[in-house]
Design a protein around this ligand. Sequence first.
Ligand SMILES: [Zn+2]
Ligand SMILES: [Zn+2]
Length: 149
Amino acid sequence: MVHCDIEKAMDKLKLKNIRVTPQRFAVLEYLYTYPGHPTVEEIYKALVDKYPNLSVTTVYNNLRVFKKLGLVKELTFGDASRRYDAVTTEHYHVVCSICGIMHDVEFLEPQQIKEYVEQKTNFTIAQYRLELQGICPDCAKEGRQLPTG
Ligand SMILES: [Zn+2]
Ligand SMILES: [Zn+2]
């Protein structure tokens, strides 16, 4: 597993004098415990029962604060959807082509691939992203199919 440390994140917030409200903590905790790289809407839906005052805007604003402090990474996609990743070091993802859930995978050292590509191409690689796409166990169990066409 790729690890992320919520205690360290809390320390960073305190260090920057950012007040950790129960809602803010809940958003952070969700990001750090749910492995699916949630969207703003997914975080909102997961927490609104427990925090009825929560709004999508609050979730979004919290994510912005976390992003600024380097506590989460925002992953953008072609269809303009965004997912949030609490693991901010380089790593790989496996993505469900049906529901979009995304998990981290430990694989070859990202650094090795970077060096290999730099040697082969003389490019200086600044950042990279590797995604393996497929069908997640939940979608497979439900018999969901990939949309055709
Ligand atoms: Zn799925
Ligand atoms: Zn990730």
